[in-house]
Ligand binder design. Structure first.
Ligand code: CP3
Length: 319
């Protein structure tokens, strides 16, 4: 999951002196960082080291990732004119995406058969950062815009779908074996808003790789009420955070959709017997679904002891 590397001393050493987005766009460094958790923890797949705002940066948006804060925009995108200026940046070209494709290709070569998961941010989560200008708790400005000016909102989310879709497509074409769409902040929406104002753009983003034949995972947090809608935009696998047990998630999805996730990141800092019991419970409940990709329900807290992560992987393999 996101920011997994931050708990590793070798990650901090590799990143020393290099800004986050610069690291993402330096293929050899992005590849090395992607491999670090695979070497250390013996996980069954790698997730490409990049960030959901990389396609915004490549398109020419003034964005940086501030340590301890997250993505911050030079100026928020709020009006029809702001969105028109974004759209003038155009779709992403192969030239712009070259550092991403190169990073993926290097990584796939070095992984020697271990699958690489490519990923991108969903249009709502990207639009939330663009409209708010940075991280936000309630995404009020974004939720206002979708109702106050639906045409501008639609234009914004369609543009976001196209750049993020191009980013995802570049990763798959360069060799990623699966693709995950992160709608991290979709949980701030009710089902009606999600369906009317967000689902079409997410379907458009996933549609951009529909012809490539890789499995598509769709993840959000606080999305217990949105699981069916998030599957129905074109996902093969639904990510479940730590709020809903997997047997209940499976029931809500009608028993036909493989699941991913569900280990509570908070328990990584609990005594081992507590964490072990939790992981065993998550795996047991996941048996209800047609498949379960064991993973955390959200990001790795930076202060996590890496040895605990290795032990969790060993436990899951033993099960
Ligand atoms: O763990 C990995 O390296 C996988 C690659 C990955 C990153 N970001 C690298 C990263 C992935 C899959 C992401 C996704 C991402 N980025 C999401 C979606 C998933 C989620 O977490 O909900 C979101 C919302 C972002 C935006 C973002 N980027 C945030 C909120 C932050 C954290 C800011 C902070 O310091 O608290 C980032 C920075 C970021 N992205 C880091 C990494 C490794 C940390 C950079 C650092 O501090 O060294």
């Amino acid at each position: 999951m996101r920011q997994a590397g931050r708990s590793l001393p070798e990650y901090r050493a590799a990143r020393e002196g290099t800004a986050m987005l610069e690291a993402c766009l330096t293929p050899a460094l992005a590849s090395e960082i992607t491999l670090q958790p695979v070497r250390r923890h013996d996980v069954d797949a790698a997730i490409f080291f990049s960030d959901i705002v990389v396609p915004l940066k490549l398109a020419g948006v003034d964005v940086e990732i501030k340590p301890g804060v997250g993505p911050v925009m030079g100026a928020p995108v709020r009006t029809a004119d702001d969105v028109a200026r974004l759209r003038d940046l155009g779709p992403l070209t192969a030239e712009q995406l070259a550092p991403v494709a190169e990073g993926v290709a290097l990584t796939v070569g070095a992984l020697g058969g271990t699958p690489l998961i490519g990923f991108a941010g969903a249009p709502f989560t990207l639009a939330a950062y663009l409209v708010e200008g940075g991280p936000s708790r309630d995404h009020l400005a974004a939720r206002t815009l979708m109702h106050a000016d639906p045409a501008t909102w639609t234009a914004l989310t369609e543009w976001a779908a196209d750049v993020t879709g191009a980013f995802l497509r570049a990763q798959v074409l360069a060799g990623a074996s699966a693709a995950q769409l992160f709608d991290s902040w979709a949980g701030s929406l009710g089902l009606a808003d999600y369906t009317a104002h967000v689902a079409p753009a997410s379907a458009r983003a996933l549609g951009s790789i529909a012809d490539l034949g890789v499995r598509k995972v769709h993840f959000g947090t606080g999305t217990s009420e949105l699981l069916v809608a998030m599957r129905d935009v074109g996902a093969d696998v639904v990510g479940v955070d730590y709020r809903l047990p997997l047997d209940e998630a499976n029931r809500r999805l009608g028993g036909s959709t493989p699941l991913q996730g569900n280990v509570d990141p908070a328990l990584l800092a609990a005594p081992w017997p507590v964490l072990e019991a939790h992981v065993r419970d998550v795996v047991a409940r996941g048996e209800a679904a047609p498949g379960h990709v064991v993973n955390l329900g959200h990001g790795v807290p930076p202060e996590t002891d890496p040895d605990v992560l290795t032990r969790v992987v060993q436990l899951v393999h033993s099960l």
